[in-house]
Design a binder for this molecule. Structure first.
Ligand SMILES: Cc1cc2nc3c(=O)[nH]c(=O)nc-3n(C[C@H](O)[C@H](O)[C@H](O)COP(=O)(O)O)c2cc1C
Length: 334
């Protein structure tokens, strides 16, 4: 996709779905596009794995037309592998490449990839130059606010990214040292945005529509990226776009999800993902712990579907407790 067309898409719907490994797979991205999100990206894919033709990494890049515009996210620490992988992504027909400089996972950081690149801006610049010169599709980046509190350098990265022709930068408002603790630093994101020569997508802890809209106004970010928030509130993209369904029925949402999962996965994977999402949606509602335990004990598809239907048909939408900081979701690759 041409840069201008992609920027038009950003203005049309500035609410991105955050990449989340193991969650935002091909069916989930179609499902969330259907439910009103804007631009989507795959979870991080290893450049090295693509270079050596690893089948599972190729699978992670699967997308369907209804997801467009769709980006494929790459990570790596070897320039040659990144250049080859970028070309693979372009040939695959993705609309843009997103480079991951936010992953805090030790296995990845130790090799010098993910958020480790934030410590060496000369190397970061080399990566941007290499990838940009290997492809003609747009390239974006996703960063954390810095390696740690004493080395926050997102202002500088914005300038480098501008000089290297990067289309936009997403900022997850935490340092690598913070992992998923504390709160996303929206005042810092606002400061960076004020001086940034390229569009900024703000990210971190966006869980309620009115908060997303308020922070968008206050930070002047060009886009807002929502991750864990849509796992707890599958209506959030409709709410921010002011197009929410008149009645909120979880069974309608889960039937929609079922359609996309069944089209993509075999029964084993279908059950795994369907159980995972239905238990996330149940969090904060009465007896959700019991529901979670029981649903994961079931093996037969019919038993799982019946149990889910039984649980959600009894739920009163308004009884939800705040579960914004559930420990099970306080980890990830960005
Ligand atoms: C389970 C999980 C997996 C993640 N995987 C990725 C990933 O593959 N690439 C990436 O850039 N960020 C990844 N992230 C980080 C999210 O994209 C996002 O930056 C972070 O969760 C903060 O946003 P949120 O508070 O809206 O969830 C992941 C986060 C979680 C919770």
């Amino acid at each position: 996709m041409k840069e201008e067309t992609l920027l038009k898409e950003l203005r049309k719907n500035p609410f991105f779905l955050a990449p989340m490994a193991g969650i935002t797979d091909c069916p989930f991205r179609s499902f969330m596009r259907k439910r009103g999100c804007g631009i989507v990206t795959t979870e991080l894919v290893s450049a090295k794995s693509l270079q050596i033709g690893n089948e599972r990494s190729y699978q992670l890049m699967s997308f369907t037309k209804d997801q467009k515009p769709v980006g494929i996210q790459l990570f790596g620490e070897e320039l040659e592998a990144l250049a080859v992988a970028a070309q693979v992504v372009e040939q695959k027909g993705a609309d843009f490449i997103d480079l991951n400089f936010g992953c805090p996972v030790p296995k990845i950081v130790k090799k010098g990839a993910g958020s480790a690149v934030l410590k060496d801006l000369c190397f970061l610049q080399k990566i941007l130059r290499t990838v940009k010169s290997s492809v003609s599709i747009p390239v974006s980046i996703k960063v954390r606010t810095g390696w740690d509190q004493h080395s926050r350098n997102t202002h500088e990265i914005a300038k480098i990214a501008y000089n290297e022709g990067i289309i936009w930068m997403t900022i997850h408002g935490r340092t690598r040292a913070q992992a998923y603790s504390g709160q996303a630093d929206w005042p810092y994101i606002t400061e960076v945005k004020k001086q940034s020569p390229i569009p900024i997508i703000g990210n971190g802890d966006l869980t309620r529509a009115e908060q997303v809209l308020r922070l968008k106004r206050e930070s002047h970010c060009d886009g807002m990226m929502i991750g864990r928030g849509c796992l707890k509130n599958p209506w959030i993209f409709q709410e921010v776009n002011n197009s929410v369904e008149s009645e909120k029925f979880y069974m309608k949402v889960l039937d929609q999800l079922k359609y996309y999962l069944e089209n993509f996965y075999d029964e084993k994977m279908f059950l795994l993902q369907y159980k995972k999402f239905s238990t996330w949606y149940s969090s904060g509602y009465p007896e959700s712990a019991h529901f979670r335990k029981t649903v994961f004990q079931k093996r037969e598809k019919k038993e799982v579907l019946d149990l889910v239907e039984d649980y959600f048909s009894k739920i009163d939408f308004k009884t939800k407790q705040d579960t914004a900081y559930e420990p099970s979701l306080m980890q990830g690759h960005g």
